[in-house]
Ligand binder design. Structure first.
Ligand SMILES: Cc1cc2nc3c(=O)[nH]c(=O)nc-3n(C[C@H](O)[C@H](O)[C@H](O)COP(=O)(O)OP(=O)(O)OC[C@H]3O[C@@H](n4cnc5c(N)ncnc54)[C@H](O)[C@@H]3O)c2cc1C
Length: 472
């Protein structure tokens, strides 16, 4: 077995791991990033992402109070205040650091929360398109910078276990190209991206039938970091939520229909029903919530989004990569009919059930009685629109999971915490493998790239100070 010794070993080369590695190497640490992907442009959610760095759908350059309020709003207060404070304070700092490394950003459009998109942007069309786009360029830039600072990125190297000595993390056991290898380290950062790719863990913590939920990302997060951290005595946060979107069900078999377009805007303006034509979710909570609720149901492949021509021509066109017309271009099955009963028949929904549901929903839209619907329909975030203008439309939906929201419990310095709140010496975690900042009963979303970059950066800073006494 080979032996290697580093100051900092990082498990996972997504944005969290590459920011941690590059920053630590810049600060003089001997760094190795272990990445299980084999190709130079190994798949990960960071590389495949839209590349927009935001804080709770707000421009990170807004004043801290504005950002903090946005996190409170999205999570309805179910956030770890210490982590939220760090995210609010440091996202803009990390953007500036990425720019100093040579990273380029553009404004994605007129919406302020899209002011910090990694450049160049992906085209605004359906399907997956990442080669040469901003996040791919950013990760390759960070890999170059890491090497320039003397660090190492080791591909085909999967972290398998932590090496512990008297309660302190002192390295990683890994498998490199099929061969067992030990990496001694003064500190370790877990940055493996979540557990969305591990169906058994999804089943255990989030959804009854993960096979019927679309992987809306690279699916490389296999829960290794969470398992390793737990074995080392780490606490975890609630694990029951994920970041994802509502997709056309054809995405299960048609690769042109994921990760975009999302059905979120039409689902949260219209209704989401089951085969019996009954509503199954509070659509007013938005697409991420709806996707979680569909995934949690016993039969996730029976949800259908029902709406009308006004919604199709309004919210249907509102997203950067809009359902209308991108679904049509990508060959999605879209049912249209002049009557609701006719729509129900072609969409495979009970006609009486759907007609009753739409009548009650339309009446509630008119009277303001949305709270008495079952389930109640909120309207403070996404306005309901009545379903009255023919042709009526139905699109069979599925839940798309991008990454899990819960995970390893950390503090503001990204140190991994035990159940009693004490930090495990030498162990950090960052990015989608961690939890605490988002999720909760309302499935609040705060932002995957900001969380990854900020806590990767925090881990590097703390490790640098601890290992080298390099405090600025
Ligand atoms: C289509 C899409 C669009 C998105 N758009 C946005 C957006 O615009 N804005 C935003 O904020 N978020 C967005 N996200 C979410 C965001 O990409 C993620 O939350 C974020 O990138 C997570 O970063 P990470 O470094 O924690 O994980 P990842 O980027 O997933 O990286 C984890 C890495 O760890 C590696 N790994 C896993 N296990 C091991 C192991 N045992 N040993 C070694 N390596 C391992 C994986 O191969 C992977 O390379 C999007 C995601 C997708 C898929």
């Amino acid at each position: 077995m080979d032996n290697d010794s580093f100051d900092l070993v990082i498990v996972g080369g997504g944005l969290a791991g590459m920011v941690a590695g590059t920053r630590a190497a810049e600060r003089g640490l001997r760094v190795a990033v272990l990445e299980k992907g084999t190709d130079q442009r190994y798949p990960c959610n960071s590389r495949w992402s839209g590349g927009i760095i935001h804080v709770a759908s707000t421009d990170p350059k807004e004043p801290e109070a504005v950002l903090r309020a946005a996190i409170e709003r999205n999570t309805r207060g179910f956030t770890d205040p210490a982590l939220a404070d760090v995210l609010v304070r440091d996202t803009t700092r990390v953007i500036d650091w990425l720019r100093a490394q040579g990273g380029r950003f553009i404004r994605a459009g007129v919406v302020a929360w899209q002011n910090w998109m990694m450049a160049p942007p992906r085209p605004l069309v359906a399907g997956l398109d990442w080669q040469g786009r901003g996040p791919d360029v950013m990760l390759r830039l960070l890999a170059d910078r890491l090497r320039g600072f003397g660090g190492t990125l080791l591909l085909d190297t999967r972290g398998r276990g932590l090496i512990m000595d008297a309660g302190r993390c002192v390295g990683v056991e890994a498998e490199q190209s099929g061969v067992a290898r030990r990496f001694a380290a003064r500190s370790v950062v877990l940055a493996d991206g979540g557990f969305q790719g591990n169906l058994a863990m999804l089943h255990q913590h989030i959804m009854p039938v993960p096979e019927q939920v679309k992987q809306r990302g690279a699916a490389t997060g296999a829960g290794d970091g969470l398992r390793m951290a737990r074995e080392a005595g780490a606490a975890t946060t609630a694990l029951d939520c994920f970041y994802g979107h509502v997709l056309c069900r054809d995405a299960m078999v048609n690769d042109r229909l994921w990760p975009y377009p999302e059905l979120d805007a039409i689902a949260s303006a219209g209704i989401v029903v089951n085969d019996a034509g009954a509503r199954i979710v509070d659509e007013g909570m938005g697409g991420i919530h709806i996707a979680n609720m569909i995934a949690r149901s016993a039969a996730p492949l029976t949800a259908t989004v029902v709406f009308d021509t006004q919604i199709w021509e309004g919210p249907g066109r509102s997203h950067r990569i809009p359902a209308n017309p991108e679904l049509v271009r990508a060959g999605a099955t879209i049912h249209r009919a002049e009557t609701l009963a006719g729509l129900a028949r072609i969409a495979g929904i009970d006609a009486n059930g759907l007609t009753r549901t739409v009548a009650a929903y339309n009446a509630a839209c008119a009277s303001g009685g949305l709270g008495s619907l079952a389930p109640p329909r909120s309207s403070d975030r996404f306005q309901p629109m009545p379903i009255t203008t023919a042709p009526f439309v139905a699109i069979a939906a599925c839940a798309g999971i991008t990454n899990t929201m819960g995970g390893i419990r950390i503090d503001g310095d990204a140190r991994v915490l035990r159940e009693d709140g004490s930090a495990i010496p030498g162990l950090y975690a960052a990015g989608a493998t961690t939890g605490g900042i988002e999720g909760g009963p309302f499935i609040g979303y705060v932002g995957g790239l900001s969380k990854a970059a900020v806590f990767g950066f925090r881990a590097a800073e703390h490790a640098a100070v601890t290992i080298r006494g390099m405090a600025q």
